[in-house]
Design a protein around this ligand. Structure first.
Ligand SMILES: C[S@@+](CC[C@H](N)C(=O)[O-])C[C@H]1O[C@@H](n2cnc3c(N)ncnc32)[C@H](O)[C@@H]1O
Length: 240
């Protein structure tokens, strides 16, 4: 195991949480990310360009290596780290396009559903910075969609179908609008991964996933949601 893998998480400070929150301490001890050299190579490249910890990045990597045909969308790319992990997990000859969307001006659409975010957070990134990372990572199949999603740029990819959508936008309304836009475009077996689901401060996204879990009316693709102890919620399109 590399030293790097040992220092891959920030120790969480013990603090007082409200009811329903607290540090999660699973007892599992299988750590495939430590011994996967390909993953470790990519992780070394992105670790300073992502807020996503190694557990969530590994989950994205693992899912991305099993996808059915279809394009890939990430909304909320910030400095590009999680997007590059997904791109590098995919076979470059598969013909998929990968779209990374971000305002590059921080969080938008914060509302009363969100307890922490007010708007404008995480603006410390740029198109140039992400382009630099994409070049170092060697992922020419990635295209950037700068602007508010879906409002500004979704029309450019409206005819696509998707095998994976990573939604990492921190707040209820952006997460909801992204999900509602992408869900009818998901292929059967496609996966939507919500970041933020298991984090204090992102209660809007937790509420959205809880709402979706109750939506089984069959009017669109049927969904199965798996809540992960990594803090992600993993939604599979199980059929139409
Ligand atoms: C926590 S960061 C994403 C972290 C990133 N996935 C990583 O690997 O570190 C959240 C990002 O979502 C973006 N964002 C939020 N709502 C958005 C929207 N509706 N359209 C585009 N970007 C959005 C913000 O600009 C911010 O950069």
């Amino acid at each position: 195991m590399s030293d790097q893998a040992r220092t891959n998480t920030r120790p969480q400070t013990r603090r007082t949480y409200p009811s329903g929150y607290g540090i999660v301490e699973p007892v599992a001890n299988y750590r495939p990310w430590d011994v996967d050299q390909q993953f470790q190579e990519v992780y070394a490249l992105v670790r300073d360009a992502t807020m996503v910890d190694i557990y969530r990045l590994w989950t994205l990597w693992f899912i991305a290596r099993q996808l059915p045909d279809g394009d890939v969308l990430e909304v909320g790319s910030w400095r590009g780290g999680s997007g590059v992990v997904i791109a590098r997990a995919l076979d470059p000859s598969s013909g998929r396009d990968i779209f990374l969307a971000d305002t590059f001006a921080g969080i938008v659409k914060a509302s009363a559903r969100d307890t922490y975010y007010k708007g404008g957070e995480h603006a410390n990134t740029s198109v140039e910075l992400v382009r630099g990372l994409l070049e170092r990572a060697g992922v020419p199949q990635v295209q950037l969609l700068p602007g508010v999603f879906p409002d500004d740029r979704a029309h450019e990819i409206e005819a696509r179908t998707f095998a994976l959508c990573h939604i990492d936008v921190d707040v209820y309304q952006s997460a909801r609008e992204t999900f509602e836009w992408v869900w009818p475009r998901m292929v059967r077996g496609g996966v939507v991964v919500f970041d933020d689901y298991g984090f204090y401060g992102c209660e809007g996204v937790t509420a959205l996933v809880t709402e979706l879990a109750g939506r089984q009316d069959g009017s669109e693709g049927r969904l199965t949601i798996v809540p992960s102890l990594s803090g992600q919620a993993i939604v599979t399109c199980t059929g139409y």
